[in-house]
Design a binder for this molecule. Structure first.
Ligand code: NAG
Ligand code: NAG
Ligand code: NAG
Ligand code: NAG
Ligand code: NAG
Ligand code: NAG
Length: 314
């Protein structure tokens, strides 16, 4: 164990850790949680061999000097036995530190986000720089600033920083099809794109520690559609999560685009999407006040409605 203080001051408030000798760093929950809290001098947790936790709640808070976790191999969590019996399958993770500069590495974040049924309810700090090359795949640096287009390379599976797409690099966007996770934000502006269909493999965006929405799409005058078939989760802290501004009216007239982000990605604690400043709720309300033919999903229906109206007049 790297941190000599750890054994002495680790307060694991539970019956939860049930270390057995053969698998010392696999821990099981009884009734309680996996909690590490109020260890005033702990700078890192440093459980480098911990791979598995069987607890429904992982809670690390109140450790004033905690700078990093250093639990790089924790990649599996399952509910405590009692919760499993009650069909409560969710795993809640709350990790925070009062220490300025506290960060979670890209490897740890990747592991957390991949835990089945995880709710990353509270995560403080940011993602530690620089990103760490994953054991499989390729991490590429994106931009530092949103006014600087990202140099798009081949074969990146993870992007670290602000993925900025603008007129200077828009011709290369198809290369982003290999990207599975963005540790940072997606920022698309001033392009001639008609659809965003080049992030077919994107599963996660973690904008943790960035003062920007996870997705910003603005001033793309021909843009009327998007497709993120594999997107599972967006994590950001504080700022609104998804902002679409000044693209085609399609996104405003049909609330399904906004609802995609709200319904499919909605989790406790993340800010609502904004489409030209409107919430999905407002867009739905507005759609409901428009005449019914607006709901026609295609031209055929509009024609049928028109015919019926004409028939009535005649
Ligand atoms: C972690 O596991 C390795 C290999 O199994 C072992 O050599 C090492 O002592 C373990 N570290 C701790 C802190 O237990
Ligand atoms: C849990 O789910 C299973 C299968 O869906 C069901 O048979 C069982 O009654 C449920 N248990 C509880 C406590 O709800
Ligand atoms: C990314 O940039 C950082 C510096 O900000 C550098 O240390 C790191 O090596 C770069 N990584 C890659 C994969 O280029
Ligand atoms: C984008 O649209 C503008 C205005 O219509 C046009 O001048 C420009 O050539 C287009 N660029 C591309 C890459 O199609
Ligand atoms: C939007 O994109 C999706 C996925 O590429 C496609 O299935 C759908 O037909 C498109 N919608 C419109 C209105 O073009
Ligand atoms: C919206 O887009 C138009 C042209 O595409 C541009 O002239 C205008 O400045 C944009 N508005 C904002 C608020 O960015």
């Amino acid at each position: 164990m790297k941190n000599p203080f750890l054994l002495a001051i680790l307060i694991v408030t539970s019956h939860c850790l049930d270390f057995n000798e053969s698998e010392f760093f696999k821990s099981k929950c009884g009734l309680a949680d996996f909690t590490i809290s109020y260890n005033p001098k702990m700078e890192e947790i440093g459980m480098t061999n911990l791979t598995t936790i069987k607890c429904s709640l992982i809670d690390i808070h109140g450790n004033e000097e905690l700078k990093k976790l250093n639990i790089p191999n924790l990649n599996y969590a399952s509910p405590s036995a009692e919760n499993l019996e009650a069909n409560k399958t969710g795993i809640e993770i709350n990790i925070d530190s009062e220490k300025y500069g506290f960060c979670i590495t890209s490897v740890e974040m990747y592991n957390f986000i991949n835990i089945e049924n995880v709710n990353l309810k509270k995560l403080g700090g940011g993602i530690c720089e620089p990103g760490i090359q994953p054991s499989s795949g390729k991490l590429c640096n994106a931009s530092h600033n949103v006014d600087e287009e990202t140099e798009i390379q081949d074969g990146c599976t993870q992007m670290f920083g602000k993925v900025v797409i603008n007129p200077k690099n828009v011709q290369n966007v198809q290369k982003l099809s290999s990207v599975e996770i963005i540790f940072g934000v997606l920022y698309i502006e001033n392009t001639n794109l008609t659809t965003i269909d080049f992030l077919q493999n994107l599963k996660y965006i973690s904008a943790l520690g960035y003062g920007y929405p996870a997705i910003t799409v603005q001033n793309n005058p021909y843009l009327s559609n998007f497709s993120f078939p594999n997107l599972k989760r967006i994590k950001n802290n504080g700022e609104s999560s998804v902002v679409f501004t000044n693209n085609t009216q399609e996104f405003i007239l049909d609330p399904k685009y906004c609802s995609f982000f709200e319904d499919q990605l909605g989790q406790g604690g993340w800010e609502k999407p904004k489409f030209d400043g409107n919430s999905c709720y407002t867009l739905i309300q507005e759609a409901n006040t428009r005449p019914p033919y607006k709901f026609a999903k295609n031209l055929d229906l509009i024609i049928v409605v028109l015919f019926m109206s004409i028939a009535q007049i005649l």
